[in-house]
Design a protein around this ligand. Structure first.
Ligand code: B4P
Length: 337
């Protein structure tokens, strides 16, 4: 077992060795700024090399772990030793996680925390998972590295693997990236103990600002704080989904972003957007929903810019019903009536 600090310390050497031995594929990319009609500044990452990576079919997550177990699972043992960074354990024996480098990296040191025992990617984040993710972000920050965590939950969220995995992506500066975190940081709040929305964004989003002393809290307190925040956001997400008359039955799909300062939950209606200019399907995951979209060609990037990223994200997300939720007390049942 390792500590979060050990995992962060092992990242550079493990990444370089995995890349050098051909166990990790690194795809170079360029980052472009796009200001849409709503005046919001987004990031578009152009990565033509990814055209050569075969797309994985979207899994239809099965709540039954026995059925899911029968499908090929890259996050089950035996692990590729070159991608394996280490292991973490929570307070309870059953809370065990394996840390793997992303085999198909666009950003160096992009890594994943997968549950050691199979859990479904359509299940909500649990308190020990939230606490471990936060501890990893904090450990990175203590060594001068900035990163955030993201989780694609459910069929319509952009996930391609059904085994539960939280991903970690380094960013140059946590104040400005990803774009929705920058917007959350700009938001003036009267009180930080309740969820808010970034109303500038043209799609439903639910955000909770985390207390500034979170890193000092005991593991138990950390789990309680993060879990309470996440459950409030999930409650609002369910309420938002219920306002959409044609939302498919079953568990809602959503994207989660965890930074050292906020948890964001973005409800999702569709995985893909059909680009007007090309008629091609564009898959949007948590990074896209966070304002960091990945495109695989110049024409695709031009089509996104012509249409406007805000409009695209609205089409794969949901309409915000935040005002109604505030008026009705912000709980799933109340906002539903
Ligand atoms: P998922 O939650 O299932 O979905 P995803 O991040 O959207 O990845 P997807 O596989 O759909 O990749 P895409 O072509 O859109 O994540 C599964 C993760 O496991 C992925 O990171 C995948 O690469 C990784 N993985 C799969 N098999 C593995 C194995 N055997 N061992 C270890 N890891 C394995 O995008 C390609 C890549 O670009 C993805 O890594 C994606 O996360 C990343 N990306 C997308 N948008 C980006 C952005 N704006 N900036 C930087 N990176 C971006």
């Amino acid at each position: 077992m390792n500590t979060p600090a050990e995992i962060i310390a092992k990242l550079p050497a493990t990444f370089e060795a995995a890349k050098a031995t051909g166990n990790l594929f690194f795809f170079p990319s360029t980052v472009h700024t796009h200001v849409d009609d709503f005046g919001i500044s987004y990031e578009i990452r152009l990565c033509p090399a990814l055209q050569h990576k075969p797309p994985l079919p979207t899994p239809h997550f099965d709540a039954d772990p026995e059925k899911e177990k029968k499908k090929p699972d890259p996050f089950a043992p035996p692990y590729n030793e070159k991608l394996l960074i280490g292991e973490l354990r929570g307070e309870e024996e059953e809370d065990q996680y394996v840390l793997l480098l992303n085999k198909f990296s666009v950003v160096p040191y992009h890594f994943l925390m997968v549950t050691k025992k199979f859990q479904s990617q359509s299940s909500p984040l649990m308190p020990p998972e939230l606490a471990q993710a936060y501890k990893l972000l904090d450990a990175a920050h203590r060594t001068g590295q900035n990163m955030f965590a993201f989780y694609n939950c459910g069929d319509l969220s952009g996930a391609s693997q059904p085994h539960k995995h939280i991903q970690f992506l380094p960013v140059p500066a946590e104040e400005v990236s990803p774009p929705i975190e920058r917007l959350a940081r700009e938001q003036q709040l009267e009180t930080i103990d309740r969820p808010f929305t970034i109303s500038k964004l043209p799609y439903a989003n639910h955000v909770f600002r985390l207390p500034s002393d979170l890193a000092m809290q005991s593991t138990e307190q950390l789990e309680d704080t993060l879990c309470s925040a996440f459950l409030q956001l999930l409650d609002l997400t369910i309420s938002t989904v219920r306002h959409n008359a044609d939302y498919p039955s079953g568990n809602p799909s959503y994207n989660v972003l965890l930074t050292r300062s906020h948890i964001h939950v973005i409800p999702r209606r569709f995985e893909n957007h059909t680009l007007q200019a090309t008629g091609e399907e564009l898959s949007v995951n948590a990074l896209g929903a966070a304002g960091m979209l990945l495109v695989k060609s110049e024409p695709e990037m031009e089509a996104v810019k012509a249409e406007g990223l805000g409009k695209i994200l609205r089409s794969v997300g949901l309409e915000s019903v935040h005002e109604l939720q505030v008026q009705t007390g912000a709980s799933a049942q109340e906002a539903d009536t």
